[in-house]
Design a protein around this ligand. Structure first.
Ligand code: SAM
Length: 223
């Protein structure tokens, strides 16, 4: 398959008509080989207009959602960014095209390992991965100019608010288990302002300051 052409088509037909304007974001999404972050059996669907399964009950987000979240971060190029929810590693790679340093945390070890291998093979030396509960952040590396949570959360985890730098921006899908809305938090001199953006549906953020894994026993909380 001609993945370069499919990627070009994705940008032209899914991102630009829906209002993505940041040229740097569009360029990054034209460049990053999304198909390489997916299991081989589903690579042919990599540039479809949807989220897709990557195994372990998790998903790679829809290209448009990746673009919206990245644009909302208002990246200039010099930032240090924390992503919570590495998943396939695709969003982190898009961020790595746009900023100085990216730190990403994934709670499922196998996914973190796969993403790490892909980052190495693509030469992203300024992208750092660890396995763990991302709701606790990455205190040794804080503060972060930008924080992006890519799993649905009932609220913004307190440690992540604390690890956001002054004049920083945090984006997260916040809501209930089945539907959320992208929340953009801006921090200025310890005062937070909030704006709600696009409605969305993400897999749950499971951790000390997210959903409890016990919620999985609840029939309302099915994957
Ligand atoms: N950003 C990803 C990508 O580009 O493929 C998509 C992320 S997927 C929608 C959400 C991910 O968040 C899943 O891989 C899930 O295991 C992870 N996750 C959920 N709770 C987490 C937590 N507390 N810490 C770190 N990762 C978490």
């Amino acid at each position: 398959m001609n993945f370069d052409a499919l990627r070009e088509f994705m940008v032209r037909n899914q991102l630009i008509p829906r209002g993505i304007r940041d040229e740097r974001v569009l360029r990054a999404m034209k460049k990053v080989p999304r198909h390489l972050f997916m299991p081989e059996s589903v690579r042919y669907q990599a540039y479809d207009d949807s989220a897709l399964s990557i195994g372990e009950g998790q998903t790679i987000s829809q290209p448009y959602m990746v673009a919206v979240m990245t644009e909302l971060l208002e990246l200039q190029g010099s930032e240090k960014v924390l992503e919570v929810g590495t998943g396939s590693g695709y969003q982190a790679a898009v961020l790595a095209e746009l900023v100085k340093e990216v730190y990403t945390i994934e709670r499922i070890e196998l996914l973190a390992q796969r993403a790490e291998e892909q980052f190495q093979s693509l030469g992203y030396t300024h992208l750092h991965v660890k396995t763990g509960d991302g709701t606790l952040g990455w205190p040794e590396q804080a503060p972060f100019d930008r924080i992006l949570i890519t799993a649905g959360s009932p609220k913004i985890p307190e440690p992540l608010r604390e690890q956001l730098a002054d004049e920083g921006i945090l984006i997260a899908p916040v809501g209930d288990r089945f539907s959320q809305q992208l929340l953009r938090l801006k921090k200025s001199k310890d005062i937070f302002s909030e704006e709600y953006h696009t409605p969305c549906v993400f897999v749950p953020l499971i951790g000390r300051h997210g959903w409890s894994s016990d919620d999985r026993d609840n029939p309302q909380f099915s994957y």
